[in-house]
Design a protein around this ligand. Structure first.
Ligand SMILES: Nc1nc2c(c(=O)[nH]1)N[C@H]1C(S)=C(S)[C@@H](COP(=O)(O)OP(=O)(O)OC[C@H]3O[C@@H](n4cnc5c(=O)[nH]c(N)nc54)[C@H](O)[C@@H]3O)O[C@H]1N2
Ligand SMILES: Nc1nc2c(c(=O)[nH]1)N[C@H]1C(S)=C(S)[C@@H](COP(=O)(O)OP(=O)(O)OC[C@H]3O[C@@H](n4cnc5c(=O)[nH]c(N)nc54)[C@H](O)[C@@H]3O)O[C@H]1N2
Ligand SMILES: [Mo]
Length: 757
């Protein structure tokens, strides 16, 4: 269908009537007009289901409507009345489908039937569940005989705690820790950085802290598109007089101003809430320099007039402050200004707000984690907080905004490639087997293994791995060399069009759909960004009678693959997920004691986060100040004027690789995703006109050609020397080896590129 392209700056707020209209449009397009409304009313309610979009916390009592524009889209996308039946697959070859867009593939509708790829016809053909399991089991068992490390078990962050627990156990019984998940492309920089600095791999704040913070600092998180329900907390904070300061190369509308679509007075009068009092357009990769500059001001002010640093806290709770101060004081403002792209005055202005706040919070996202020094950038944010004792007290703390709705929880129940994060002894005791102790593959390592042929099989529990990872051309070429690929999914995506020699596409129930098993209708649990665990109760009828639940599919594969083990009751678990929760509670008695009862509490329950009460689970028992290796978090050193830093972005109309539509309303880009946002001065320098079509190539010297053409240049307010395009389209440009040093998160926010005409 031809689309009308319209590109012009957006002048409205986030939220508002645009948001209300957008929700209605999706309800109509996905054919859920009558059903959609009542279901939305239960979204994120204590007796309802947890939204399948982002992981932001769900307040109790909830707002009247505890959903947002993008959560509503995610719900309708799952509940759609469109279907990809065997008849659909009979009509289209896989080669033909490869020419479809990400949007069109998923928009074809929900998968209904287990399918097997037939290379002779180049089509997916229907297959029975038992045949599918038997074939998968036979293949996996044969590979296991040779070497169990040749299989990867990938998880996207949506599956429940129950499914995730069963899936990690499957991998370990199989014989490896190859359990990469979407977090490896996302907040792994957080898990590594925070663990080292403050002893916990997750954020320390709770929703209550939002009611008490006087200053909130946003670094590289686009709240209006990616966690819009948080705008409620920000609006309340702003109304209370708290100051919000944002650092972001782009002026993201949700960080600027907001009309609450659920507030009738605001809707009718058009009165907006100003979100950020100060907005600083930092250069991509420049946040380390920003924080060092802020800290420099704090150290100097404390020396001049005292009372700025929390010396008592620093003495009792931290280690390494002197070395950090020496490092900070040795940095020149010339360097800090160049690397951050901001003036000394604006950095000091932000530091003044920080210094005068009684309780301050730092909120951050992919703009921090997806860089070469992503882990170190996370640790700089911690340093900033530690200086004024802003961790472990009311209104203060660090708030990484997690992505997928249960991505944090999956790690909690054992989805981890790092064996030291998992109680393997306990698993051995419970299930009477010898657990693998060798480190497994992260996402990047799984890709390397697929490219170099050391991985024979891929089992994907959701997600769109091949599209989400870097280096598409190399990955798409290597993927079909695998012997077996198995995808458990709700909708067709591009990864499903690249298949191993034997390939299955297994359709599962989504979280909103009723899951009936032997003991009756099942409830599942998830963990949000603030470490609160709670139940999610489904309410829609399944998209097809032939769908199976994720636990059921994981158990089906496990039983067909592994020798019987009387200690692992796969069938009983599938019959009653409460028994899986009992197993989780036995594995982590401290976190999950009395799990089956506490999950029903209206607030759910928060798992213990030591740093939230100033207990530091680090080797020295203190919170650590860390030093950065460089002021610049990105791969390029910024000296070649022909190299631009490319940010890969999400639009307001996508959830990761799921493209709902082509309206990036807040950025004023309608009808197309094939754009490159550029600074006016760079355009003049390169002699490029607004609207001109150009291409990009990656500026690396590894002898791999990476390029992308057909991008329409859009003149945009973005720092000179940087540019921005959409993820996943731009992933073809990201070299697999350009990842965060300690966490291996692909460096998707500063890709060095050159313009091609
Ligand atoms: N609707 C919707 N919701 C989502 C998602 C979605 O795709 N759609 N995805 C989910 C997932 S898995 C995740 S991880 C989160 C992602 O949510 P976010 O963390 O918000 O991720 P992005 O939108 O990729 O980028 C965040 C922001 O970083 C800015 N940025 C880029 N480089 C830099 C930099 O160097 N410094 C600073 N300070 N800022 C920078 C960008 O301009 C952008 O505004 O959202 C989750 N929620
Ligand atoms: N360049 C660039 N690359 C990035 C990023 C970036 O900012 N820039 N962000 C990264 C981040 S933060 C992340 S988290 C990853 C995301 O990587 P993934 O999590 O792998 O990708 P998604 O797009 O979320 O996966 C969408 C697919 O999940 C399946 N699905 C949806 N719901 C369910 C369900 O309930 N069960 C099952 N089994 N399947 C389901 C559907 O088939 C759908 O097509 O991408 C990363 N890649
Ligand atoms: Mo993510």
């Amino acid at each position: 269908m031809p689309r009308h392209t319209h590109i012009a700056p957006y002048s409205g707020p986030a939220g508002g009537w645009g948001s209300a209209k957008s929700v209605t449009k999706y309800m109509a397009e996905q054919g859920v007009m009558g059903r959609g409304g009542p279901i939305l009313a239960k979204q994120n309610k204590p007796d309802g289901f947890a939204c399948v979009s982002c992981a932001w916390a769900k307040p109790v009592p909830p707002h009247t409507a505890e959903f947002c524009e993008n959560g509503a889209k995610a719900t309708f996308w799952e509940l759609t009345n469109k279907r990809t039946t065997p008849a659909f697959f009979a009509e289209h070859t896989i080669t033909e489908l490869q020419s479809w867009s990400d949007h069109d593939l998923e928009d074809a509708g929900r998968l209904t039937t287990p399918m097997r790829y037939n290379p002779a016809t180049d089509k997916y053909e229907a297959v029975g569940w038992e045949t599918a399991f038997a074939t998968i089991g036979r293949e996996l068992a044969e590979i296991r005989e040779q070497d169990p490390r040749r299989v990867v078990f990938y998880t996207s962050g949506r599956a429940s705690l129950e499914t995730a627990y069963m899936f990690q156990l499957l991998a370990r019984l199989y014989g490896n820790n190859n359990l990469p998940d979407s977090s490896n492309m996302c907040h792994e920089s957080t898990s590594v950085g925070l663990k080292e600095s403050i002893g916990v791999p997750v954020g320390t704040v709770t929703l209550e802290d939002f009611d008490h913070a006087d200053a909130l600092f946003f670094f590289g998180q686009n709240v209006g598109s990616n966690s819009p329900r948080m705008l409620h907390q920000l609006q309340e904070a702003s109304d209370r007089g708290a100051t919000i300061v944002s650092f972001n190369p782009l002026c993201e509308r949700g960080l600027e101003r907001f009309i609450n679509p659920q507030n009738p007075v605001q809707m009718l009068t058009g009165s907006e809430t100003t979100i950020s009092r100060e907005y600083h357009q930092v250069r991509p990769g420049g946040d380390i320099a920003v924080v060092i500059g802020m800290c420099r001001y704090l150290f100097e002010e404390d020396r001049r007039s005292g009372g700025v640093l929390d010396h008592a806290f620093l003495a009792e709770h931290t280690q390494g402050m002197d070395a950090f101060r020496d490092f900070v004081m040795a940095q020149s403002w010339v360097d800090l200004e160049r690397e951050s792209g901001l003036s000394r005055a604006s950095i000091e202005g932000a530091a003044k707000i920080y210094a005068s706040a009684k309780a301050a919070m730092v909120v951050y996202g992919m703009g921090i984690t997806q860089h070469k020094l992503g882990v170190q950038a996370v640790q700089m944010l911690v340093n900033l907080l530690l200086l004024r004792g802003n961790i472990g007290r009311l209104g203060a703390g660090i708030c990484p905004v997690r992505g997928h709705s249960n991505v944090q929880g999956q790690r909690t129940v054992g989805i981890a490639e790092k064996p030291e994060l998992v109680p393997l002894d306990k698993l051995e005791e419970l299930y009477q087997f010898t657990a693998p102790r060798e480190k497994g593959t992260s996402t990047v390592e799984a890709c390397e293994g697929i490219i170099d042929g050391s991985i024979d099989a891929f089992v994907g529990l959701g997600g769109n791995f091949l599209r989400a990872v870097p280096d598409h051309s190399r990955m798409e070429k290597a993927w079909p060399n695998m012997r077996l690929t198995v995808q458990i999914a709700t909708k067709l995506n591009r990864n499903h069009l690249f298949n191993g020699k034997t390939a299955f596409l297994l359709p599962c129930l989504g979280r909103i759909e009723k899951d009936r098993q032997a003991s009756g209708e099942q409830t599942v649990t998830i963990e949000d960004s603030t470490a609160v665990i709670r139940k999610s109760k489904a309410m829609a009828e399944p998209a097809s009678p032939d769908l199976r639940s994720e636990p059921c599919i994981v158990a089906g594969i496990a039983k067909a693959t592994l020798p019987p083990n009387p200690n692992v009751p796969w069938d009983a678990w599938v019959g009653d997920y409460g028994l899986v929760r009992d197993a989780i509670a036995k594995t982590w008695p401290d976190t999950f004691a009395d799990f089956n009862r506490r999950m029903h509490e209206p607030h759910g329950f928060r798992r213990p986060i030591a740093a939230s009460s100033r207990k530091w689970a680090t080797p020295s028992g203190k919170a650590l100040f860390k030093l950065p290796k460089s002021l610049n978090a990105s791969f390029d050193d910024g000296t070649d004027p022909n190299v631009l830093r490319l940010i890969t972005l999400r639009s307001n109309d996508q959830f990761n690789t799921t493209v709902y539509g082509y309206s990036d309303r807040f950025r004023g880009i309608e009808g197309t995703r094939d754009v490159l946002l550029m600074n006016e001065k760079d355009m003049a320098r390169f002699g490029i006109a607004d609207g001109q079509t150009i291409g990009l190539s990656t500026a690396t010297d590894d002898n791999v050609e990476r390029s992308l053409g057909g991008l329409r240049v859009v003149k945009y307010n973005i720092p000179e020397g940087s540019c921005a395009g959409y993820y996943p389209e731009c992933n073809v440009l990201i070299p697999l080896w350009q990842h965060a040093e300690e966490s291996m998160v692909p460096a998707a926010k500063s890709v060095p590129v050159r313009i091609m005409r």
